[in-house]
Design a protein around this ligand. Structure first.
Ligand code: DX5
Ligand code: ZN
Length: 214
């Protein structure tokens, strides 16, 4: 099980030590880019991503919650991002093309959906993505409550992937913590994104280890 802590919940006055901690303890570093249009919130953009890239020694996992995500692929590749995901609901017309572009730039390509998008909508992209990001809250804010129906959605997608012998990972994002990590693993998730449960813990590194052990 891989753990990709979400920097959104970190202490932005001390990003240096937060990134050092993640470079020691995390598998990936999850970076939530929000544009205030696709989601009703603004997080951070390239000034933060560039700074993180200079010191991070773990793969940068960039989750684009923006309109026109394809505008940013090249810049993300140049700064050294390893994984880039974007939302199908913002990109119905050109999702396959976008996945192809991300892969052509040497990054892992991820396709994300919010909780109100039927999981079957992802099936046509099996074989075209390196990972699928199933949101277990509505994208836009950290600290929301995990939606339990996510478990069945993950299991359904895992079955489809297995049928196709596709090793693509399922990443789950939102309200993930020690209480649901084992269930998520059983359902077929391979990457856990966790913001609040890691950064609000008195011992974030131990929280990351506990998630991984699930
Ligand atoms: C929400 C973001 C998440 C968020 C998760 O739109 O995509 O990555 O930071 O935060 P928690 O773990 O607090 O739900
Ligand atoms: Zn995210």
């Amino acid at each position: 099980m891989l753990v990709s802590p979400s920097l959104l919940a970190a202490d932005f006055l001390h990003l240096d030590s937060e990134i050092a901690m993640l470079s020691r303890a995390a598998d990936w570093i999850h970076l939530d880019v929000m544009d205030g249009t696709f989601v009703p919130n603004i997080s951070f953009g390239f000034s933060v991503l560039d700074a993180v890239a200079k010191v991070a020694s773990k793969p940068m996992d960039v989750h684009l919650m923006t309109v026109h995500p394809e505008r940013w692929f090249e810049r993300l590749a140049s700064l050294g991002a390893s994984c880039v995901s974007f939302h199908l609901e913002e990109n119905y017309d050109r999702a396959a093309e976008s996945l192809y572009e991300i892969r052509s730039l040497g990054m892992k390509a991820g396709l994300a959906i919010n909780p109100d998008i039927p999981v079957e909508k992802l099936y046509p992209y099996i074989g075209k993505a390196d990972f699928f990001l199933i949101m277990s809250v509505f994208a836009g804010f950290g600290g929301q409550k995990f939606i339990p129906a996510t478990l069945d959605r993950i299991a359904a997608l895992r079955r489809e992937l297995d049928k196709a012998s596709d090793p693509a990972l399922i990443e789950v994002d939102g309200g993930v913590g020690e209480s649901n990590a084992a269930l998520l693993h059983e359902a077929g998730a391979g990457v856990l994104v966790a913001g609040s449960s890691v950064f609000k813990s008195p011992d974030p590194e131990a929280a990351i280890r506990a998630l991984r052990a699930a």
